[in-house]
Design a protein. Structure first.
Ligand SMILES: [Zn+2]
Length: 186
């Protein structure tokens, strides 16, 4: 992690965060707004524990590099100089891991893999709305479609959930009460 130093007074003093969220040079008092922080492609900024504005590699990029380095290590035997390839890949593993750790210590959020719960929830609800908006269904059918949406999201979060648990969580009613909406019995 690299502190961002003030270019106006010799480049030795790092900006620190003020209570109002602006950054200031302790030497010459120059103010820096977060929108004016100059970043390279895979860099992100954060504030270290002692309030210093710092730049680190985006943890998503470090993870990509880490996985690439692991693949290199695994396939080192296919290289003309396997010993060198192994050493080189292990060095990349160590560097990427250190960069990832720096970013996480700076409070940068860890990257999301795949779809988030929020994006699945939005898609499932939008899917139900799309169908209900185009097809003229009665209330029981609409309720049944919404029941499926709620069940799918419950199972996403808790794969072992039962019908009764899903109903309890989403409707606050008993499973029998919900079944009675359609006159179903089981
Ligand atoms: Zn300065």
């Amino acid at each position: 992690m690299n502190p961002i130093c003030c270019p106006h007074c010799g480049g030795l003093s790092a900006y620190y965060i003020r209570p109002d969220g602006q950054f200031q040079c302790p030497e010459c008092g120059d103010l820096l707004d977060h929108r004016d922080i100059d970043l390279d492609g895979t860099d992100v900024w954060g504030v270290s524990g002692n309030g210093i504005l710092s730049i680190v590699t985006d943890p998503a990029h470090s993870l990509d590099c880490l996985m690439e380095a692991i693949e290199e290590f695994i396939t080192a035997d296919e290289c003309p100089n396997a010993e060198y390839a192994r050493l080189h890949s292990m060095r990349s593993v160590t560097e990427s891991l250190a960069e990832y750790t720096d970013a996480r210590r700076l409070g940068i959020k860890r990257p999301e893999f795949g779809y988030t719960e929020e994006s699945v929830r939005t898609a499932a609800n939008a899917g139900a709305e799309m169908v209900l908006g185009e097809i003229n269904l009665g209330e029981p059918e609409e309720d049944a479609i919404n029941l499926v949406v709620n069940a799918a999201i419950t199972i996403l979060i808790n794969p072992g959930a039962s019908f009764a648990e899903m109903v309890e969580e989403n409707y606050g009613e008993s499973a029998d009460e919900i079944r009675s909406w359609w006159g179903w019995s089981k």
